[in-house]
Design a protein around this ligand. Structure first.
Ligand SMILES: [Fe+2]
Length: 149
C-alpha cells in the first residue's frame, strides 16, 4: 500500500471510537495525550496503533497523528492530509468557502494551507478555546514560508 493511500485510509480509523478508550499512554507521539482534548486523540491513537503494527515511517505517523491539529514538521503528504481533513466535500459546513479552497489546489497549496490553518484557529478563537502549540507553530512555519514566496 502506498504511503499516501495508507495515510488517507487510516488517519480516521479510530474517529468513531470512544475517546475514553484512548488512555494517555496509547498515543503516538507519547505525551500528547496529557495535553490534548480527547476528541483530537483519534489521530495520535491511530498513529500509536500503526507503530504497534510495525510502521516506522515517521512522516506517515506524524501525518496521521497531527491530521487535525497540524504540526510544523508535516511534510507534503502531511500537509495534504491536513487539507483533505478540512476540505473533504462530505463534511457539512462552509460548503462554498471550502469548495473555493479546493478549487485552488494544487496550484496555490501554500496559500490555501495558510488560509485553512487560519480558519481553524479563527474557529478556536471564536469559541474561546485553547490552541495547541503544535497548531501555532504550524501557522508560524507556513506563514513565514508564504511571506518568503
Ligand atoms: Fe480526524
Amino acid at each position: 500500500m502506498s504511503r499516501w493511500l495508507a495515510a488517507a485510509t487510516l488517519h480516521d480509523a479510530l474517529r468513531d471510537a470512544d475517546p475514553a478508550e484512548f488512555v494517555t499512554d496509547v498515543v503516538h507521539p507519547p505525551g500528547v495525550g496529557a495535553r490534548w482534548p480527547r476528541h483530537l486523540l483519534h489521530g495520535p491513537a491511530c498513529a500509536h496503533r500503526l507503530l504497534e503494527e510495525g510502521v516506522r515511517d515517521e512522516a506517515l505517523l506524524r501525518a496521521v497523528a497531527y491530521h487535525t491539529t497540524g504540526h510544523p514538521d508535516l511534510d507534503e503528504m502531511g500537509e495534504y492530509l491536513y487539507l483533505a481533513d478540512f476540505l473533504d466535500p462530505g463534511r457539512d459546513f462552509m460548503h462554498e468557502k471550502r469548495g473555493s479552497l479546493r478549487g485552488r489546489l494544487p496550484g496555490e497549496r501554500s496559500a490555501v494551507l495558510l488560509e485553512v490553518i487560519g480558519l481553524r484557529i479563527g474557529h478556536l478563537l471564536e469559541r474561546r478555546s485553547t490552541i495547541l502549540e503544535e497548531t501555532l507553530r504550524f501557522w508560524n512555519r507556513v506563514a513565514a514560508q508564504t511571506e518568503r514566496t
